[in-house]
Design a protein around this ligand. Sequence first.
Ligand SMILES: [Cu+2]
Length: 69
Amino acid sequence: MTTKTYTVPNISCGHCVATIERELKDVDGVQSVKANEQSKAVMVDVTSDSVLPAVTSMLAEIGYPASNA
Ligand SMILES: [Cu+2]
């Protein structure tokens, strides 16, 4: 398992957090997601590094691109 922390500048409220957590959990290979409104961090546990590009793509697709992807 790999844990990756993304920085997502567009997170501005609890709805953003809920959207990100819901959408990323649907990505194959994502085991857990925790987003934080204050730190604008999104912590993702994935089964392997090969899942990370799909996570990055989904963040961009839903309007929350990561600044450190
Ligand atoms: Cu929001």
